[in-house]
Design a protein around this ligand. Structure first.
Ligand code: DOR
Ligand code: ZN
Length: 349
């Protein structure tokens, strides 16, 4: 197969940032994706509907000429989020989910939730109004090994939460383990999950080896939840390519300036917007499931969020290419994941 034409995809988990760098991050997404669920972990976080509306307007005004793209906004859940705020969010029609960051779990999560029982009024309202909860699924207990934090989150947070709010619809974001695949797969259809391109393409060895095979630490491949062992990558591949509507595309593209990634304490986040669809296509092809890419990338997420599927189409072409090592990012530079590696599929239009 030399070309692949599919319904234009959406990105169900994206970080666009704010300020002068946003336009640069955005252009890579809006060139490919029709819509994206935009994460609210700005500084300060987007905790209210009026902030989400203003952020949405800044995104729309930063769009490149000719690009058609719809930002789907989210609120950042805090211990203080009220039921009234959830109602405002729902009524706005602009907010499509509320994001749970356990406080301290990841980048810009300082204002996140310190105990989920503090959020009962908000969760109750979300359940009643059918506004989805999007979760960063990692426990914040420093005693738990960083590679086990997703599994621990299922047991200590997700299972009790779903018991208390059985009708709440939840997206388990960027799942990284066989345990999460199994848990989501066995749950009812109120629970779904996004899977990133980098967790499908790489296992944790990739954190410690260069594209040329040399040993070394690779800060641009560091994200949270951190990339796991090969057996987990295999489970994610089976989930993504298996055709279940519970699994859909969410890149978690999370740009940071090169300066902040390449430091003594490099921050978490992989910038994949320019390469994500090529990565997904390659993973699906290697799994012998290219014909299932369209449903994963363009149907399952829209169906879960109860939004219409896109009508436009996009074509991928078999045409070898390498992502550039750096790209503009406001006054800074950002390094796309996969720089220096060969990719088989390129976006043709
Ligand atoms: O690696 C990550 N980066 N994980 C997250 O959950 C947040 C993200 C970011 O905002 O940079
Ligand atoms: Zn994220």
């Amino acid at each position: 197969m030399q070309t692949l034409t599919i319904t234009r995809p959406d990105d169900w988990h994206l970080h666009l940032r704010d300020g002068p760098a946003m336009k640069d991050a955005l252009a890579h997404t809006s060139a490919v994706f029709a819509r994206a669920i935009v994460m609210p972990n700005l500084k300060p976080p987007v905790t209210r509907t009026d902030q989400a509306r203003a952020y949405r307007e800044r995104i729309v005004s930063a769009l490149a000429p000719g690009h058609r793209f719809e930002p789907l906004m989210t609120l950042y859940l805090t211990d203080a989020t009220s039921a009234a705020e959830i109602r405002l969010a729902r009524d706005s029609g602009l907010v499509h989910g509320v994001k749970l960051y356990p406080a301290g779990a990841t980048t810009n999560s300082e204002s996140g939730v310190t105990g989920l029982d503090r959020c009962d009024p908000a969760l109750q309202a979300m359940q009643e109004l059918d506004l989805a909860l999007l979760v960063h699924g990692e426990t914040t207990d420093p005693a738990v090994d960083v590679f086990d934090r997703e599994r621990a989150f299922i047991d200590t947070v997700l299972i009790p939460l779903r018991r208390r709010f059985p009708a709440l619809r939840i997206v388990f974001e960027h799942i990284t383990t066989r345990d999460a695949v199994q848990y989501v797969g066995e749950a009812d259809d109120r629970l779904a999950a996004t899977i990133t391109a980098h967790h499908l393409r790489y296992n944790r060895n990739a954190l410690f080896v260069g594209p040329d095979g040399r040993n070394g630490i690779r800060p641009h491949a560091y994200c949270l939840p951190v990339i796991k062992r090969e057996e987990h990558r295999q489970a994610l591949l089976r989930a993504a390519t298996g055709g279940s509507p519970k699994f859909f595309l969410g890149t978690d593209s999370a740009p940071h300036p090169v300066r902040e990634k390449e430091s003594a304490c490099g921050c978490a986040g992989c910038f994949t917007a320019p390469v994500a669809l090529s990565m997904y296509a390659e993973c699906f092809e290697q799994a012998g499931a290219l014909e299932r890419l369209e449903a994963f990338a363009s149907f399952h997420g829209a169906d879960f969020y109860r939004l219409p599927r896109n009508r436009e189409r996009i074509t991928l072409q078999r045409s070898p290419w390498q992502p550039p090592s750096e790209l503009p990012f406001g006054a800074e530079r950002v390094a796309p994941l996969g720089a220096g590696e060969n990719f088989a599929w390129k976006i043709a239009n």
